[in-house]
Design a protein around this ligand. Structure first.
Ligand code: ZN
Ligand code: ZN
Length: 349
């Protein structure tokens, strides 16, 4: 065992505080990573605040992990000491089900092993602990290679926010010249805009905040539609091929579905805690529309996303946070007061 510095929630309502945790010695296929940066994801807040169910304390969140390999197990073939690597929302899966065999480990039928807060069956049933820490040990098959030349801090959020938006854009086979809508301009939405632009799409951002118009065009959006303005929404009717919906609060999808052209699709990424207004089937039927959902992406696709972002200069817009600022950062995330992703500098742990 190796003792590592970390920030954890230690009891309900405790917030995050400095702790020491143990990491396992690297097994034959494990790599030990000295963590340099870890992005802050909304999932971290929901989990720590037990909004998605009860958790085992202490718990170290963080699944946008970037660092350098410091040790490798005897059978590791994919990575060497000194490599810059990343870890996203999962550190293992069953490796046997259809989803795992097809590289869609995020949909593992036997539940993939989340990077934090999951029972790690292959490692004695320990609860996994995430990336707000100085180091982590992960099976090489769930580790990503960070392409050379990428800025390390702004690449970290790609490991969750990046792949979560890249995967549905690829699934919908967005091509140059397609028209893509993005609902919401937060951590996910700002990367959806950048990635869709890099794919060659024309991008429309839907926002409820008139103040975000300039920010959206700064990110490369071609158009901004104020979704609270019925006339603006009506003017966008039948104009889009795909919509990526990043909003996690309950909202009425029908006005957005009306902006899709024939054969368009809306993919929802945010998971609201309360029921959504019903979709009018007539809107779907009349234009052969599809409505679906998506979560993160598989390991191979995550590597593909990193390579794509490196090639096209796509990275997150970030605000660096020190360990002592994590609790304030959580409050600001909930308030939507960050452009657009906090990243923890683990040298401050
Ligand atoms: Zn996440
Ligand atoms: Zn599986």
């Amino acid at each position: 065992m190796t003792v590592t510095k970390a920030y954890a929630a230690t009891s309900p309502g405790s917030g995050l505080e400095a702790v020491s945790i143990e990491r396992r010695e690297p097994g034959p296929h494990d790599v030990e990573i000295a963590i340099e940066f870890c992005g802050l994801c909304h999932s971290d807040v929901h989990t720590i605040r037990q909004e998605w169910g009860s958790i085992t304390f202490p718990l170290v969140p963080g699944h946008e992990i970037l660092g350098q390999v410091t040790r490798t197990g005897s059978a590791v073939g994919l990575f060497a000491v000194g490599d810059t690597v990343g870890v996203g929302p999962m550190v293992d899966s069953c490796r046997e089900c259809d989803s795992c065999l097809e590289g869609e480990e995020q949909y593992c039928s036997n539940s993939n092993t989340d990077t934090y807060g999951a029972i790690d069956a292959r490692n004695g049933g320990a609860v996994t602990q995430g990336g707000y820490a100085s180091s982590i040990v992960v099976d090489e098959n769930y580790v990503l290679r960070i392409p050379e030349g990428m800025d390390h801090a702004s690449a970290a959020p790609l490991l969750c926010a990046g792949i979560t938006t890249y995967s549905p854009l690829r699934y919908l086979d967005v091509q140059a010249g397609d028209a893509v809508g993005v609902i919401g301009l937060g951590g996910l939405g700002h990367l959806a805009v950048k990635i869709a632009k890099a794919l060659g799409a024309t991008v429309t951002v839907f926002t409820t905040s008139p103040g975000k118009t300039g920010a959206a065009t700064d990110l490369g959006a071609d158009a901004v539609v104020l979704s609270s303005d019925p006339a603006a929404m009506a003017a966008a009717k039948d104009s889009l091929n795909a919509i990526i919906d990043t909003v996690a609060a309950a909202h009425d999808l029908n006005p957005y579905l009306r902006t899709l052209a024939r054969d368009g699709a809306l993919i929802q990424l945010g998971l609201p805690g309360e029921p959504m207004p019903a979709i009018n089937p007539g809107t779907l039927i009349s234009k052969r529309l599809a409505y679906g959902g998506s979560q993160t992406g598989g390991i191979a696709e995550t590597q593909d996303m990193l390579d794509f972002c490196a090639e096209h200069g796509v990275a997150a817009d970030i605000e660096m946070v020190a360990a002592t600022g994590l609790n304030d950062a959580y409050d600001r995330m909930v308030a939507g007061d960050v452009k657009y992703r906090f990243v923890l500098d683990t040298s401050t742990l």
